[in-house]
Design a protein around this ligand. Structure first.
Ligand SMILES: [Fe+2]
Length: 266
């Protein structure tokens, strides 16, 4: 049993079977399982064998005492467990998605992640929805405590490259549904993360015409949002970090601009 409470910001453990056990006074959602058969279209080797259940999502958790404040802020806190394994030589990963446009239609919703246990390869790409080409491809090789911003317009996938479970938390606006179709239609993201001679490598996905060289993102802090590496993103919110950028990204144009991200052209 692994205690995740410190980084999760609420009492929770990971049991030997890969399930979360929530402590007292915690909103304990039932896990939603994503199976290999649910994500066949996005696998590099869909016909090869691998684990049946790839990951479990525990959506909308938090402390009971924070329930109203989370609702009022329009935020949702989730924890996901990505089980270890490979399908052929491809590491277990999430299905992948983009986020829809936020109110005002200038930016799509951003998101913020934290690794609670294990190691993650977060893959992000800008562009590439339906027929467009990918203009930026980012790989974040992150470990326990590291935090990652998914900026507006970036589709994303999380990979578990290790032989232990990967547990991650995220804050996100509660009122939207992710957009899966573009990733399904292109058979995954612009690169697949596979193991070759015991090394993690990235193989281009032929469904895309262009493959910008993956850009490695180093872990760091997000002081503009009051979030820091090694500190629970849940606790930071409790202590006053302003996460309104997740709900109303159009109010943060200057920050997005400093990251080289402009508003959508109407
Ligand atoms: Fe997302």
């Amino acid at each position: 049993m692994i205690d995740l409470s410190n980084l999760a910001g609420l009492p929770v453990t990971l049991d030997a079977g890969g399930y979360l056990k929530f402590g007292q006074s915690v909103i304990a959602p039932s896990p939603e399982a994503r199976k290999r058969s649910d994500i066949t279209e996005v696998l590099l080797y869909p016909e090869q064998s691998g684990p049946d259940i790839l990951y479990h999502m525990y959506r909308a958790t938090g402390l009971e005492t924070d329930r109203i404040a989370m609702m009022n802020a329009g935020l949702r806190y989730d924890i996901t467990v990505i089980h270890p394994g490979k399908i052929g030589s491809e590491y277990v990963k999430t299905l992948g998605h983009y986020h829809p446009m936020a109110p005002g239609q200038l930016y799509s919703y951003p998101e913020v992640y934290q690794v609670l246990h294990g190691k993650a390869h977060f893959l992000m790409q800008k562009g590439g929805d339906v027929s467009g080409e990918v203009e930026d491809f980012v790989v974040a090789d992150f470990e326990e405590g590291d935090i990652l911003l998914i900026p507006p317009f970036y589709g994303h996938v999380t990979v578990n490259p290790e032989s232990q479970p990967l547990v991650m938390s995220n804050w996100i606006a509660r009122e939207f549904s992710s957009v899966y179709e573009p990733v399904r239609a292109r058979k995954g993201m612009a690169y697949y993360n596979v193991e070759y001679k015991n090394q993690s490598i990235f193989m281009p996905n032929d469904s895309y015409g262009k493959h910008p060289r993956p850009r490695l993102q180093k872990p760091g802090n997000l002081p503009e949002f009051g979030l820091y590496r090694g500190k629970s993103i849940y606790k930071s919110w409790q202590e006053g970090a302003d996460l309104n950028f997740l709900v109303k990204p159009h109010l943060y144009a200057e920050i997005w601009g400093s990251m080289g991200i402009g508003a959508a052209q109407s």
